[in-house]
Ligand binder design. Structure first.
Ligand code: ZN
Ligand code: ZN
Length: 415
């Protein structure tokens, strides 16, 4: 039976029940995806879970990007505390654009080594290798497991806590596929069935959601496959918690043309040279989104009139928010020392770019769907068990997607 010892991390105390726990982050799962698949009868396990357990909404962390929200989920704190406000930030002291996909930028511990020390068998599976370093931080030396679909074959005991993943979970799939995500859940179920884990974090990738709107057959089939794997976890006795890192929206005109505001170009035309626009969605997986999202950090030239630039930006059609650094840090819970002078968010169907030369729109496979702003902030929150009174009240209030481990551990048992 799994260990039910209590542990505390980053100001939260976790009381896991003596049952396996599986927390799932379905990357890019706007609630519409679940709704369409549920309405078509393609997610019978999720339907059962909605009736017998709990289904609602949670608010993600801003900006609504993958590594920001995954970092929040595994630490239980907002980006202002864990330090990861995007894939990139501009270090003004060195003049370098720094990529933050490694644990060295994480300012707090994850909850995983603490769960492992409390006697749980922790395993973390992610689709993309870029998140693995953050998830594995401090965990492998405690005896836990962390690997990615993308590099499943190269997992070794010393650095991943497991080897021969393909023998246990099946052949490693192609990263640009729906299967890359289904494999994450299948691996979780295999680890659970083999007695290798009883405290799981399973984090998928949003390749399918960038490519397909919720009503499209391919993505409905994808959610059906996800549902079958959730069914296996439930059959194995796991308490399952499901959320998403962010939603996903069309970012193009009705005619199918990408709706892009090229901020660096526009700002330099209006105010002169010297602007640096950081798009924190930028990562090595550009076929997903062409590095275009609904959020940007703007570094203005030395001596520029920040208030005048902010006023001008707020007057541009498609820009929904623009804050100076201190206000943005407070309203969006961001790490102030890794921000620009201004933060900008764009509307539901609008993305922000640097310049036309910087983005290769031809690299985008299919229509432009992306995320990063407020319109991708509300995400599904589901539990396989009814919530106790205290956590049901929390669930109806301003609950966050990074409350999910606490609620799965503490809210699904007791009065
Ligand atoms: Zn994501
Ligand atoms: Zn994405």
């Amino acid at each position: 039976m799994p260990n039910a010892a209590t542990f505390s991390v980053n100001g939260r105390t976790y009381h896991p029940p003596a049952r396996p726990i599986a927390v799932i982050c379905l990357d890019g799962s706007a609630d519409e995806y679940l709704d369409v698949a549920l309405a078509r009868g393609r997610m019978p396990n999720l339907a059962r879970l909605s009736v017998n357990g709990w289904r609602g909404f949670a608010r993600a962390a801003m900006p609504t990007f993958t590594n920001v929200n995954n970092s929040s989920i595994v630490t239980g704190v907002p980006p202002s505390v864990h330090g990861i406000g995007g894939n990139f930030f501009y270090d003004t002291t060195t003049g370098q654009e720094v990529m933050m996909n490694s644990a060295q930028y994480l300012r707090v511990e994850t909850l995983f080594p603490h769960a492992q020390r409390a006697g749980r068998k922790v395993a973390v599976v992610t689709a993309k290798e870029k998140l693995r370093d953050i998830f594995a931080s401090g965990l492998i030396s405690e005896g836990g497991i962390a690997f990615s679909t993308e590099k499943a074959r190269s997992a070794v005991l010393e650095t991943h806590g497991i080897e021969d993943v393909e023998a246990l979970c099946g052949p490693q799939p192609e990263i640009y596929s729906g299967e890359a995500s289904v494999y994450v859940l299948r691996a979780g179920a295999a680890l659970l069935a083999a007695g290798r884990a009883d405290f799981l974090y399973l984090s998928t990738t949003d390749y399918m959601q960038h490519k397909h709107a919720p009503h499209e057959e391919e993505v409905v089939d994808f959610y059906a496959a996800i549902d079958a794997e959730i069914g296996k976890l439930l059959e194995l006795g796991a308490i399952v918690g499901v959320t998403a890192d962010h939603g996903m929206n069309d970012k193009q005109t009705a005619e199918g043309v990408p709706n892009v505001i090229y901020l660096e170009t526009e700002l330099e035309a209006a105010f002169g040279p010297g602007f640096r626009v950081i798009l924190p969605i930028t990562d090595p997986y550009v076929v997903h989104h062409g590095a275009l999202g609904s959020f940007a950090q703007v570094h203005v030239p030395e001596g520029a009139d920040v208030a005048a630039i902010q006023h001008w930006l707020l007057g541009q059609k498609g820009i929904s928010e623009c804050h100076v650094r201190a206000t943005g840090a407070r309203l969006m819970e961001l790490p102030e020392d890794r921000m620009g002078d201004l933060v900008v968010a764009s509307g539901k169907d609008v993305v922000l770019g640097r310049s036309t030369e910087y983005h290769d729109l031809k690299s985008i496979a299919g229509p432009l769907r992306s995320h990063g702003g407020r319109y991708e902030e509300m995400v599904p929150l589901l539990f396989s068990e009814p919530l106790n009174a205290a956590y049901a009240a929390r669930g109806r209030a301003d609950v966050r997607n990074f409350d999910i481990f606490e609620i799965t551990c503490n809210g699904t048992h007791g009065a």
